[in-house]
Design a protein around this ligand. Sequence first.
Ligand code: PGA
Length: 252
Amino acid sequence: MRARIVAGNWKSNGRQAFVEAYATDLKAALAQKPAGGVTVMVAPPDVYLSALKAALEGAPVELGAQNCSATAEGAYTGEVTAGMLADQGVRYVIIGHSERRSYYGETDEVVRAKLAQAFAAGCVPVLCVGETLEEREAGQAEAVCKRQLSVLEGLVPEGAEVVIAYEPVWAIGTGKTATSEQAQAMHAQLRAALGSLGLPADRIPILYGGSVKADNAASLFAGEDVDGALVGGASLEVESFACIIAALSERT
Ligand code: PGA
């Protein structure tokens, strides 16, 4: 069985007081370990990683980061390396998020370098792929996602874990979600593409992301190739986040 994951991406949100209140509420919501083997991950801004880790002590929550450096340690002002993140207890690193690609000019080449760093540090990369509305309307959705996925070729060490997040750019933070049919169709195509890259496609979780909320999670999770969600906005409210976790736990 593939891992099932609900991952929260805080983006550039949260302060110390928020971290503490959030951890208290999330611990209470997860007093019972989620059923169905669901892994919960939360990725706060890097500066709050250790505070969140301490505040969540004992809770069934994995720590994630939203980005990592494309290089190892050295004279690279402002960069946080995957090795440093691993050292702080980070298990998952989100790489290639569409906001990083569009606002910070991350190319597939940069994404590949970051993936290599994450693997070298022993972190599990969560590689984000997704098309813009323009690309979808031009019939290029599948080709774009496959190109973004192809950076994994020859890069995944034997036995290493990797997670994919399909996040159509037009659905991120917009309130527009892919239909469960659109999500399932793309996930199935991505799984086939992973197989063509020589990867163990059946064992690689593919998460859906883009305006996942408490009220649409269950229908998105109905797709057999949808193994969970990468949640932005709704992960900032523990109540909504917990509903999304419950929806995945309850999936048969
Ligand atoms: P959203 O963000 O849930 O706010 O649309 C998802 C993401 O960007 O990971």
